[in-house]
Design a protein around this ligand. Structure first.
Ligand SMILES: [Zn+2]
Ligand SMILES: [Zn+2]
Ligand SMILES: [Zn+2]
Length: 437
């Protein structure tokens, strides 16, 4: 017991001595530090900056505003001796599509390109390098660049009797009557201004080709104001009779390139494709303002072109390439000197050429005496001895052409300017349009 009591004061003494020694040592060390004992770092954060292809970046760090020292942490515990840089990445190029035809080596991160654009490396429907899908343009330019094919329309007649039989079998040899169409579609052609069921068509796909059957139970009059009768038609003259199914093959439409502008081409059909009246009758419509029978904006043929023709000739892809056009119907496009019969401009996909168009010396029109398709012949187009037809223009007839109020301009079978009463169903249709290349 006594010994224990003796040891305790000794332990106390040793502890105090150690504490003093530690304190002295600490003070001594502080006094030896190169830092000003009073400096407290004033740290400012420098944000992380990503490197780019060509410029280096940096990690986040902190810098003392006063002493300039750098630290990798906010608390200023880990000092670093230089800005923590991130090296520039360098470009990483891959084949990238420029347009439907070409690709170029382009950096995936920036706009840098290497070398020049080259044609796609198509294998099947895709570019093996950039993956671009092969875009099939819906038109084909001729070798000399003067025409192109675009869209399709029933044109040549099927003469092969075996094929005729196959097509007739496809429709189970059924023909339409006024009471029972049997799957056929009524043209709703006129019999003295009244639409009647006497001529029909039916479209049949057979072995990857499309055909149109046409059948008539009465003859289509050459004027919308005339009765159906074998003596009032050109269908018989052209070799088409009632009670027979005629088959026509949908074929690519050939267009003449009249002119080219800003990646677009102005086209007119190379053949007379159909036969339609300009308007149903010769009388003007009276209302707030008089609409004359030769008013293109309010005409039947304008509607027919933008509905019947447009939907028959062009699939969805083709339609994407047809330019919606403001059609100039001003007096300058007509042979007239006054504005009596002109109409407002129209916004159309397909239209008729104007008088000014066919007289424009800058257009590559070629011979304007046009041949017709067999399909147009079957519709009852009038043909001359050389099988050329006449075809509508959209312009009202010139002053002095009698009677101007119900006559529209046309090109006659000799290829010359002429006029015709709007009610004629025997004048051919030569559609025109602007196409995006
Ligand atoms: Zn500092
Ligand atoms: Zn780059
Ligand atoms: Zn490519």
């Amino acid at each position: 017991m006594k010994e224990t009591k003796k040891i305790l004061p000794l332990v106390k003494t040793v502890c105090v001595a150690v504490l003093i020694a530690v304190a002295v040592l600490a003070l001594g060390l502080a006094a030896c530090s190169p830092d000003e004992p009073t400096h407290k770092h004033s740290l400012v954060a420098v944000e992380r900056k990503d490197a780019t292809c060509t410029q280096k970046g940096n990690e986040a760090y902190w810098k003392c505003e006063e002493c300039g020292k750098l630290f990798s942490d906010k608390a200023g515990k880990t000092e670093i001796d230089a800005i923590p840089e991130i090296l520039s990445l360098g470009h990483h190029t891959e084949w990238t599509a420029v347009d439907n035809q070409t690709h170029i080596k382009k950096c995936v991160r920036c706009d840098y390109t290497e070398g020049v654009a080259e044609p796609h490396n198509f294998e099947g429907g895709e570019c093996a390098d950039c993956g671009a899908k092969k875009v099939v343009k819906p038109y084909t330019l001729s070798e000399d660049g003067s025409t192109l094919t675009f869209g399709s329309y029933p044109q040549s007649q099927v003469e092969d009797t075996a094929l005729q039989s196959m097509l007739n079998a496809e429709i189970q040899n059924k023909t339409p009557t006024a009471d029972e169409f049997n799957g056929w579609t009524d043209y709703e052609y006129l019999d003295n201004k009244i639409a009647k069921s006497y001529m029909w068509y039916i479209d049949v796909e057979y072995q990857d080709a499309l055909y149109r059957g046409v059948y008539l139970s009465q003859y289509r009059p050459y004027s919308s104001t005339t009765n159906c009768s074998p003596s009032n038609t050109y269908q018989l003259n052209n070799g088409y009779e009632t009670g027979t199914v005629y088959w026509f093959e949908y074929e690519p439409i050939t267009w003449r390139i009249l002119t080219q502008q800003d990646g677009k081409v102005f086209l007119m059909a190379d053949l007379i494709l159909d036969s339609q009246n300009f308007y149903i009758n010769a009388y003007e419509r009276t209302g707030e303002s008089t609409i004359y029978a030769n008013n293109y904006k309010e005409s039947d043929i304008r509607f027919w072109l933008n509905h019947n023709f447009y939907d028959t000739a062009f699939d969805e892809l083709c339609k994407e390439y047809v330019v919606v056009t403001e059609v100039d119907n001003s007096v300058e496009t007509t042979p007239r000197e006054d504005t009596t019969y002109i109409c407002e401009n129209t916004i159309d996909n397909v239209f008729l050429l104007s008088y000014a168009d066919v007289n424009n010396e800058d257009y590559n029109k070629g011979d304007l005496a046009l041949l017709s398709t067999a399909y147009a012949d079957c519709q009852g187009v009038w043909l001359n001895f050389y099988d050329c037809g006449k075809w509508w223009l959209r312009s009202p007839a010139a002053d002095g052409s009698l009677p101007a109020s119900y006559s529209a301009c046309m090109v006659n079978a000799m290829g010359a300017d002429s006029v015709e009463a709007v009610t004629s169903t025997a004048v051919g249709v030569v559609p025109a349009l602007w196409l995006t290349l």
